[in-house]
Design a protein around this ligand. Structure first.
Ligand code: GLN
Length: 316
């Protein structure tokens, strides 16, 4: 029997692009000053299949800072280097149910049972990444992002400088974790590396390749480089499913059924394991910090592709 025809990915993303192109809802993040100045009309979509086909629509030239989406790739690298048990013990993998930079979430559990995809756990993950000093850790993190993207990525220096001059809250988080013995490197330096990591510049195509690598068992479908193991991808995707969209993670999973991750730069990725990775960039956010347009776009595309794994045709 002939294999079923591949879906017409290009037509589906083009339709979603046309539908949401003119939507004006949400507001750029402004607690990092430089993000408020980003063009709110940037709107790009990328979809990359596990066998390396690339489909795009809209703006692929503009880059935005990756922000929280970076947490995923550093987490994957830490799992790869130290094993999933280390992450479970030294950070935790349960959703906090609170804002991404919540301090109460740390206090409630004395720094235990936090999550690598919200700020405290993400800074702890940075502190755990291999490297004898700050420079070596940063090199490892940037190389990991390059490998996932299959491209050399650069830091958006104005965004980094803007956030570094203003990240007292993240520093407080790192110090509080340190006080509880749950920060595994100098807290000031770990916060600085984390801030730099969040300022890595990406376009929708970069993010889609990164997502597709997670969806392809850790092998980059474009460069064919083995970045992390299939097991590492599975653990990482599970954390994304429970906590990838902050305190809207439940609603996201309810609607989309696929692991995703958002960032306050306006990007969102979603992964359909074994099939594809998708990414959308649109800077205006809703109140919890997720891109309004990116959420709607991914929701429509996933619905049309019928790839929600919880949606099955009954056997009669
Ligand atoms: N750099 C941002 C912060 O730490 C990342 C947050 C985000 O994307 N939600 O506040």
């Amino acid at each position: 029997m002939a294999a079923p025809a591949a879906p017409d990915y290009q037509a589906i993303i083009d339709r979603a692009y046309a539908k949401y192109k003119d939507l004006k809802e949400g507001k750029n993040a402004d607690y990092i000053k430089e993000l408020a100045a980003v063009d709110p009309n940037i709107f790009g979509i990328g979809l990359v299949t596990a066998d390396g086909k690339i489909y795009t629509a809209g703006d692929l030239n503009s880059r935005v800072s990756i922000q929280s989406i970076s947490k995923v790739f550093t987490l994957a690298k830490v799992i790869e280097e130290q094993g999933e048990e280390a992450v479970r013990q030294k950070i935790g993998v349960d959703a906090t149910g609170l804002r991404f930079n919540s301090i109460i979430a740390i206090e409630l559990q004395k720094g235990k049972e936090i999550n690598p995809l919200v700020n405290p756990g993400a800074i702890a993950a940075v502190s755990m990444i291999a490297g004898a000093d700050s420079a070596a850790k940063w090199k490892n993190i940037l190389q990991t992002h390059d490998d996932f993207a299959g491209e050399i990525l650069y830091v958006n220096e104005p965004v980094y400088i803007s956030e570094a001059g203003d990240n007292l809250r993240n520093q407080a988080i790192a110090h509080l974790l340190f006080a509880y013995g749950r920060m595994y490197f100098d807290p000031v330096q770990a916060t600085d590396i984390y801030t730099r990591q969040c300022a890595i510049n990406v376009n929708a195509r970069n993010l889609a390749v990164m997502a597709a690598t997670l969806g392809n068992g850790g092998v980059n479908p474009i460069t064919k480089k083995k970045v992390v193991s299939p097991e590492t991808c599975a653990f990482t995707l599970s954390v994304m499913a429970t906590a990838g969209l902050y305190d809207d993670s439940g609603q996201w999973l309810y609607e989309v059924g696929l692991p995703g991750k958002s960032g306050v730069g306006g990007g969102i990725i979603a992964v359909c394991p074994g099939k594809f990775g998708i990414a959308v960039i649109s800077p205006p956010l809703n109140v919890v910090g997720n891109s309004v347009k990116a959420q709607k776009t991914i929701y429509d595309i996933v619905k049309e592709l019928k790839v929600n794994p919880y949606l099955v045709s009954p056997k009669m």
